[in-house]
Ligand binder design. Structure first.
Ligand SMILES: [Ca+2]
Ligand SMILES: [Ca+2]
Length: 339
């Protein structure tokens, strides 16, 4: 699969014609500008592929067609368009029909062509398809949850016009090396490991809002800093996969509280929690607390080994001020599985 992407990328670099993206604001850096479906589109500054934002569409209750779209004009002498995007699904549950997934669809000459279909939970993946243009002078690109639930993230959306010459180069590449299609929709789901547990890459891999700082660290140059003056849930999380043969999971981390005050309830502290699910959203047991801290102190290591509840395929690590106020630093989060 990677080979194909490389070949296309190489071919693309030879192009002289029409490097212009026909999609405006395909990276969502101008928020929802140029997209139709403003009330459906959410601008997400946390889960993104490039720049400051990505777009996303969520539906948790009633499966329905929920989408955004943008029309574009196809320049003269365009032989084909290269449609590409970075896409990511999170807990997308397929609807009644096989096509009821998170979809990217190109409408041209009154015909709809699927560029990508995603379900489940995936990493960011580059999807690219080349579609020949007959006599159409315009097209429409749609991104939607097609009568399904979950969250669909997208970024770096492009429709690049290709001249006959460019298109011929691609066709030649294809016939020479790859007899069938350019890219088969989405790349297969890879096994997802917990990443960047030491926060050396900022918040990469983590969801939610927090600071990564160098003023305090247990390991490397940086650590996570959660701070809140108000008793609200302030935290980050990350979902990853459990290997099929694992019996237990060992989770460890270092934490350092600073003037951390408990909220109204006993459990309103600085916490790290593990959640087990069958698919990223359906819980398979009660949440397990790895640590809870209060007050002020030096770096301290916390570690727990837990049995993996039956039917669990994914786990979620949550690190948060659970309605506590003050500061908590966390570093060197590690997860190990034991058969
Ligand atoms: Ca972006
Ligand atoms: Ca670190």
């Amino acid at each position: 699969m990677k080979k194909i992407i490389c070949a296309i990328a190489l071919a693309s670099s030879l192009f002289t014609f029409g490097q212009k993206n026909l999609i405006k604001n395909g990276g969502f850096e101008l928020n929802s500008e140029f997209w139709r479906g403003e009330n459906i589109l959410t601008i997400n500054p946390y889960t993104k592929k490039n720049g400051a934002n990505a777009g996303c569409i969520s539906e948790f209750v009633s499966p329905q067609w929920k989408g955004i779209d943008q029309e574009f004009i196809i320049p003269k002498n365009t032989a084909a368009v290269e449609v590409s995007a970075w896409l990511k699904a999170d807990g997308v549950e397929k609807g009644k029909n096989s096509w009821n997934k998170a979809v990217m669809v190109l409408e041209m000459a009154g015909k709809n062509q699927n560029i990508a279909e995603l379900e489940g939970t995936t990493q960011w993946q580059l999807v690219k398809k080349i579609i020949p243009v007959d006599h159409s002078r315009s097209g429409r690109l749609m991104l939607a949850l097609s009568e399904c639930t979950g969250t669909f993230y997208f970024d770096e959306i492009q429709v690049i016009p290709l001249s006959t010459q460019d298109y011929n180069i691609i066709l030649e590449e294809q016939t020479n090396q790859y007899p069938v299609a350019v890219i088969k929709d989405a790349t297969p789901l890879e096994f997802l490991k917990l990443s960047n547990g030491n926060f050396e890459k900022g918040l990469e891999g983590w969801r939610g809002g927090a600071e990564v700082v160098s003023e305090e660290k247990y390991e490397g140059q940086k650590s996570l800093k959660l701070s809140s003056q108000n008793p609200v849930w302030t935290g980050i999380d990350q979902i990853a996969d459990i290997p099929a043969d694992a019996q237990t999971i060992s989770v460890s981390a270092y934490a350092k509280p600073q003037d951390l005050k408990q909220g109204k309830n006993d459990w309103n502290k600085g916490v790290m929690i593990v959640e087990f699910t069958s698919d990223g959203s359906k819980k398979t047991s009660q949440d397990q607390t790895i640590f809870s801290v209060l007050g002020s102190g030096d770096w301290q290591m916390f570690s727990k080994t837990l049995e993996i509840p039956n039917g669990s395929k994914k786990y979620r690590i949550m690190i948060a001020l659970n309605e506590a106020t003050g500061i908590m630093y966390v570093d060197d989060v590690q997860v190990k599985f034991n058969p």
